[in-house]
Design a protein around this ligand. Structure first.
Ligand code: ARG
Ligand code: ZN
Length: 468
């Protein structure tokens, strides 16, 4: 929201921009355009769209785990960033039964995961509009480009909902690019006894006729891959972080509650520690969704409420918490820059371990750097790993090593500044690796082109860093 996606801008309005100077506007007004059906990310060309900027998703989701039936209505509030004859939303594997624009039934097509909407009248640039979509179907177990389960993953007792990178479109109509942040409201209607947990803060649940509706408000604008609306037989407990921050934890009733409770009890202290290193916690709430779905097999930093497929260890909790600054607040525009999320979150694990009396980041670096030059580990360049290696060990571990190598190269003081200033950027301006290089060069007054080339883009083991 607020700033339109850089890429969507290029794709959606380039025609207008190119002709604006050449043709007198009054004599030959530019015809409205069809908004792009892709967001311009080379890794996931179908994800995202052009020509509009979403401000808010209002999602009404009715879900029954036993039958996997999803019956839903979405109201998507957006602003046109071009004169639009048509525009597209991403929605896969579900059936659409009606579409409205500002309440008026509208024609649409829905093929290949693109819901293309053509309003009766074109939408002029700057107009705010609401798209209403009725949709639903039987949910499944979608897989991402790496072969992992993602999106709306159906299990016997509910759904584990983890969208990264472009799985939001498996459960709602969406501009599925991290460059278009929006606020969310959820109403999730489930059989009585099932609990639904989403981002942000809850309203009062309502039960009638054997169904319970859970309301959640996520007022901190978030990328679509960070939305969740997970369901299960959760036990919910409240805690409080620094400054009265509400912490809401949901732990599957089939798990060891004491073990989960013990690790989640470290969250307030972790927030307090990371605030001293990265600056203020960026959102209005926090917590955890701890599920018993080992088949999913990973955790995700869903905004304000990370989701875990089993009882996490302390490092994993520190990792997902650190993502609230790195990834969720400061968000890469393109998926090739995923190391800006995973390298920083892994480095934050190292910092947390050191702060609790464990290994130093330099010790962690040394252990990982011991991998011989011939190890295939070094063949994945973290700064452009390719979609199938999006979550490769190199993205995490070599990404974190790159930060420690940067620290050695520019010195502790400059590095501390870089972490702080990086976390302090505008949350609505998506970042890329060059932005980090520019910041590090400014702070350190060094030319870091060769450093970034070696650590992030070269498919070979870099030389050991040397202090300047
Ligand atoms: N970003 C997550 C984390 O490291 C990992 C997500 C893995 N997702 C996937 N679709 N394979 O915290
Ligand atoms: Zn991560």
């Amino acid at each position: 929201m607020r700033l339109r996606a850089r890429i969507a801008t290029l794709l959606g309005t380039s025609i207008l921009v190119m002709t604006a100077g050449a043709v007198p506007a009054a004599a030959h007004p530019d015809p409205p355009v069809d908004g792009a059906t892709g967001g311009g990310d080379a890794y996931f060309p179908a994800a995202g769209n052009g020509g509009y900027d979403v401000a808010h998703y209002d999602l009404d989701l009715g879900y029954t785990p036993q039958t996997r039936a999803l019956t839903a209505h979405a109201d998507v509030t957006a602003t046109a960033t071009a004169d639009l004859r048509s525009f597209s939303l991403d929605l896969r594997d579900l059936d659409v039964t009606s579409v409205t624009v500002d309440g008026t039934p509208t024609s649409y097509t829905h093929e290949g995961g693109e819901l293309v909407v053509t309003p009766a009248e074109p939408l002029s640039e700057g107009t705010e509009f609401v798209v209403g979509v009725d949709y639903g179907g039987t949910t499944g177990q979608p897989e991402d480009a790496t072969g992992a389960l993602y999106g709306w993953i159906s299990f016997a007792d509910g759904a584990f909902v983890a969208n990264e990178p472009e799985g939001a479109s498996t459960w709602f109509p969406v501009n599925d690019t991290p460059a278009d942040k929006a606020t969310y409201s959820f109403e999730i209607d489930v059989p009585e006894g099932t609990v639904a947990i989403a981002n942000g803060v809850p309203g009062e649940p309502r039960t009638a006729d054997g169904r319970t509706t859970y309301a959640w408000e996520a007022d901190d604008p978030q990328a679509s891959y960070l939305a969740t609306a997970s369901t299960g037989n959760y036990v919910v407990t409240d805690d409080t972080g620094p400054g009265g921050l509400p912490i809401i934890n949901a732990v599957d009733a089939d798990l060891d509650q004491a073990a989960a409770g013990a690790v989640l009890a470290t969250q307030p202290a972790m927030i307090e520690y990371f605030e001293t290193v990265f600056g203020p916690y960026p959102f209005g709430s926090f917590g955890a969704i701890v599920d018993d779905d080992e088949e999913a097999g990973y955790a995700l930093e869903t905004q304000t409420r990370p989701i875990y497929s089993g009882v996490p260890d302390e490092s994993t909790v520190a990792h997902e918490l650190a993502h609230q600054w790195f990834g969720n607040k400061i968000t890469p525009a393109l998926w090739k820059d995923i190391w800006l999320n995973e390298g920083f979150a892994t480095y934050a694990e190292w910092l947390w371990e050191e702060s609790t009396g464990g290994r130093t980041p330099q010790q962690q670096f040394d252990e990982a750097f011991a991998a011989p030059a011939g190890d295939p580990f070094w063949t994945v360049p973290p700064g452009d790993p390719g979609a199938p290696a999006l979550f490769d060990a190199a993205v995490y571990s070599r990404g974190a090593m790159a930060l420690q190598a940067l620290r050695v190269t520019i010195g502790d003081d400059a590095f501390t500044q870089v972490l702080r200033q990086w976390a302090d950027r505008d949350e609505f301006v998506p970042v890329g690796t060059d932005d980090l290089r520019t910041l590090a060069e400014e702070v350190s007054d060094q030319d870091l082109a060769a450093f970034f080339q070696a650590w992030l883009y070269t498919p070979a083991k870099p030389a050991a860093p040397t202090p300047a």
